[in-house]
Each structure stands twice: as C-alpha cells, then as structure tokens.
Design a protein around this ligand. Structure first.
Ligand code: COA
Length: 326
C-alpha cells in the first residue's frame, strides 16, 4: 500500500447567519470594511445549546454514508479542533459515542486552523503503518464561542462549522500524493487564547478581562500566513512530482481573501482554480478545508482524476499542505 485516499466527505454548518450588517450593530465596523479587507460577507453561528461535537457528528454521518462502509469497519477517529466541547474527555470520544462506534481509538488534535491537515497526516501514517485500514478524520470549530465580541479586529473574522472525511488504503493511483505539516512555536503569541488552561485557569479576573477569547496580531499573522502557505504549497507540489499547472483545484484555508489571492499568485495558480467560500462562512479554522472539499465534491466541481492542492496555516504557528489525486 503506497498511499491513502478519501472515500467519503461530509460537512455541517449551523443554520443561523450573522451578516456584516449585524456586526455593524455590535462593534464599530462596516460591511464595506469587512468585505474589502477580508472577503467575508456573512458567517454561521451556533446557538447556546450546540457544541462542536454536534457539528462534527453531523458532518461525520454524511462522510460515512458517502464512504458506504459499516461503522464497525471504522478503526479510529481523529478530530482537529481548538474549540472542544470541554477540556476532557476528547471531543472525538463524544463523537464516537454519538455515532455508536465501539472499541476503537478516538482523540483530538490541537493545531489551530491546520487541525484538519494535521489529522489527515496522522491518519496517512497510521494507515501506512498497516495497523489501521479506515479512519474518520474531522476538522471543525465553534470559534464564535471564544470570540471577543467587543474586539473589531477579530470578531468579524470567524464562523462555526465542521467537515469530515473517511480515508482508507488506496489500491489505484488516486489518493494523497504528497503531504507535509510544520510549526514555529516561537510565534505562538501572535494568535492565542490566554486563559482556561493550566497557565491561567479560569477565575473571576480572567472572565472580567475577557481572557477566554481569541487574541491576535492581525497583520503579523497575515504575513506569516502568506509566506508559510507559499512554502508549504511549493514543497508538496515538488514532492508530488508535478507543477502548478497540473493543479485542477486549489483549496486554501479560508482566512482572508487577500491571503488566498496572494498565495495563489505566489504559487502561480490562476484565481479561477481557487475554491472560495469565505464570503459565506468566514474562517471556520480547522473546518475550512473539509467543508470546502465536501461542497466541491457534492457540487461536482471535483472530478475523478483531478489534482487538488490543500494549503493551510494557523495558530501555533502551524501550517500544512497536501496534494490529492481524486
Ligand atoms: N472594522 C473597521 N476597522 C477595523 C476593523 C474592523 N472590523 N478591524 C480593524 N480595523 C482598523 C484597525 O483598527 C486599524 O485602524 P488604525 O489604522 O486606526 O489603527 C485599521 O483598520 C487597519 O488595521 P490593519 O490591522 O492594518 O488592517 P489589515 O489590512 O491588516 O486587516 C485583518 C486586518 C485582521 C483583516 C488582517 O490583518 C488579517 O486578515 N490578518 C490575518 C488574520 C487571520 O487570518 N487569522 C487567522 C489565521 S488562521
């Protein structure tokens, strides 16, 4: 077995829409500013009774249905998220219970927006080890639950949603042709949630100071994002033995339309080949890639044999990319 392939995709987005016009009533911003600086028009948000495992469970059900394999043949679950239902148990274990999968491993993985590609890379190597055959890989987030709704620099950027894939051994020429993941922990303080962990447990003070929400240095993150996504993209293109011209569809992390345009230009991929849904869903962090993939698959924008480039960047700082032949 030389590679793994994706045999099922699914996604789930909460129904409630928060538009830029709605945000104009919450912070000092405008639809015009948000649209031109980020490409975002609206995003989905969960209600108070919905947690990330609920979104991930729905996305997983669809992916498993498309994969058309019995639950008993799923050998494990890896969930990429930074907005778990709770600190423990792992959200993946909650999803396992929701789906009715028994006696298989389940764990979460924290890699910021790169969570899905990290999880895919782990699944890739687990399956190649020969110890597992079919794995459920999920990326999703309820970022609006850790958003500081008084900070216009960040609250306009994020949304909620989840996507999932089922991966298995590939017996033909389709599948993951190349992949990589990376990190630079020295830049961790450019994008983080200060409180709620062992460094700064929840207290009256952390709540009063709004420290359980996203803190970000936007323009620094922007520059790192473009550089990292370019080098990650170049690395996997080279490792797959192809050129940019061979790519049929580029699915980048949906963080900011300008990051996406800039990365595509640096990788010499025409904008018509870039999958964009940031206008509707904003940045769903670990959710962006599997949601976009599922939507592209279900709308027949991806055909058998197509070469897909995934490329992502996130808190950590982390990044990752993969070339997949469909
Ligand atoms: N509405 C109106 N004005 C806003 C605003 C908003 N929602 N958010 C910020 N501004 C203001 C700033 O206060 C600043 O004003 P000042 O010049 O008076 O201080 C001005 O707009 C420009 O800010 P700047 O940070 O230079 O803007 P930018 O062009 O870098 O865009 C981001 C800001 C956040 C949209 C952009 O940096 C970005 O997308 N960064 C990457 C974020 C990201 O993707 N994070 C997740 C990574 S996975």
């Amino acid at each position: 077995m030389s590679r793994i392939k994706i045999i099922g995709t699914g996604s789930y987005l909460p129904e409630k829409i928060l538009t830029n016009l709605d945000l104009e009533k919450i912070v000092d911003t405008t639809d015009e500013w948000i649209s031109t600086r980020t490409g975002i028009k609206e995003r989905r948000i969960t209600d108070e009774n919905t947690a990330v495992s609920d979104l991930m469970t729905e996305a997983s059900k669809k992916a498993i249905e498309m994969a058309n394999i019995p639950l008993s043949e799923i050998d494990g679950i890896i969930a990429g998220t930074i907005t778990p239902d709770m600190m423990f148990p792992a959200t993946a274990c909650i999803i396992q219970k929701n789906l009715g999968i028994k006696n298989k491993f389940a764990f979460d993985l924290s890699a910021g927006c790169s969570g899905f590609i990290y999880a895919l890379e782990v699944a890739n190597n687990f399956i190649k080890s020969g110890n597992y055959k079919n794995l459920l890989v999920i990326g999703g987030e309820t970022l609006t639950k850790i958003t500081n709704w008084s900070d216009r620099n960040t609250c306009v950027l994020f949304g909620d949603g989840a996507g999932a894939v089922v991966v298995t051994e590939s017996s033909d020429d389709s599948g993951v042709l190349s992949s990589m993941i990376g990190a630079a922990g020295e830049y961790g303080d450019l994008l983080y949630q200060p409180a709620g962990g062992s460094r700064m447990p929840a207290s009256k003070e952390t709540i009063e100071k709004n420290l359980h929400t996203v803190v970000m240095q936007g323009s620094e993150v922007f520059q790192h994002a473009v550089r990292s996504m370019q080098s990650a993209g170049e690395e996997v293109i080279k490792a797959a033995g192809i050129t940019s011209d061979d790519i049929d569809i580029f699915i980048p992390h949906q963080a900011n339309i300008r990051i996406l345009q800039s990365t595509a230009k640096r990788l010499k991929i025409p904008i018509e080949k870039v999958y964009i849904n940031i206008d509707k869903y904003a940045n769903t962090s670990a959710g962006t890639l599997p949601i976009a993939l599922d939507q592209a698959v279900r709308s027949n924008e991806i055909k058998k044999g197509d070469i897909i480039l995934f490329d992502v960047f996130g808190a950590g700082l982390t990044w990752g990319a993969a070339i997949v032949r469909w």
